[in-house]
Design a protein around this ligand. Sequence first.
Ligand code: FAD
Length: 442
Amino acid sequence: MKRDEDVAVVGAGLAGCLLACYLARRGRRVTMYERRADPRTGAAERGRSINLALSERGLDALRRIGLAEVALADALPMRGRMIHPVQGELDFQPYSSDQDRAINSISRGSLNQALLDAALAAGVEVHFEHTLVGLAPATGDLRFETPAGDRKATAAVVFGTDGAGSAVRGQLLGHGLLTEELDFLDYGYKELTIPARDGQFALDPGALHIWPRGTSMMIALPNPDRSFTCTLFWPTGGVSSFASLASPAAIEQHFATHYPDVPALAPDLVDDYRRNPVGLLGTVRCAPWQAHGRVCLLGDAAHAIVPFYGQGANCAFEDVVWLDHCLEETGDDWSHALPLFEQRRREHTEAIAEMALDNFVEMRDRVASPAYQLRKQVEHGLERLLPGRYVSRYELVSFSSTPYAEVRQRVRRQQRAVLAAGAVAGAGLLLAGLAAVRRWRR
Ligand code: FAD
């Protein structure tokens, strides 16, 4: 029998598990359905972003329900970027002006497991190997494929937290309740491994390592077992692309030329390269996120973004906090809370989607240029000179909970002010110069 407080959460990934915890805390009877097998019994999927960078927004959401400590138990703080040029010295660029603030490299699997444990402890019922294949948005009737055959369920409210390729979104689309736009990059990603060397990290574990190469880029984040997971971003097709390296010799040659310090650090490079899949990267835009005040998308299902700001999971966690506030304000009235959530949250997810795309160009290209390094030094100088008044975009995104759209506006205002100050200083210098020339002529 369906009761008003029964909520179904489809997708027990990062967003789904955190959402289930928050809803259970509000006294809801939550049932979670997950396509994958129980992670406590099965192996992790290969090549699926093993670690991720958790920053203030995600931590804030976890802290509110006492989960930040467990999430950070094995975290490795990264205080800046370590740039690996093709030739020359490594260059460390701190993320914050005090050189102390860090984003945290954590294991996706461990975080998911910790959230799942917390959901189970809060009384959430979880059904693994349940793949959503049918949904009646008006009634909340659900149909799943399971190893034991089709299974039906029903709920007063249904959340789709089933990721970028969301089946819940697909069902809303099929019922004519939503429109979507999937904007894929012509870049994909492949994960590679730098193992521990003599039991130690082969690179500095206090940094996010970047090999910026213009049309391609590789990054590496440290893992608690002292290995690094590298992610190579490269076009999926064309002359210089994942498709262009067909033989082990070609792979070795490519890395020796473009990433010359990597082959010595990654003995299984060729095997990893050949075995690991190429993942797709894209932005999901859809509207509306909710239907009938009964079905709602959240996290990547509603607004997947490219990973270049390390914000997808952080943003999904923040969604949960914002939804919780909407429930609080509406006295847990779903029909008001769900549209209010979308109305408030949408502009911010659109802003981070745009900033994440911008950051791709910055990471793969600009970070290596002297002009960029100078700009960063000026920026950190301004931050120290005008504490709290000038704050870089990176710091506002990663180390604050300032809503994303406000970050974008504030950064534009700061840039205009700096340009105006530069113009005034330039004009002042010009006038002084002209006066000096006049004096000299006399
Ligand atoms: P997902 O994590 O995708 O979870 C969806 C869940 O739904 C899965 O468990 C899936 O099995 C399940 N599911 C799917 N379909 C069905 C179905 N039909 N029925 C039932 N269950 C289903 N974010 C950061 O914050 N920091 C980072 O550093 C970062 N790095 C990234 C690096 C890469 C290469 C990529 C690709 C992404 C990165 N992200 C990062 C983004 C982050 O991974 C996502 O934003 C985050 O996982 C979204 O969580 P989610 O729960 O919405 O979706």
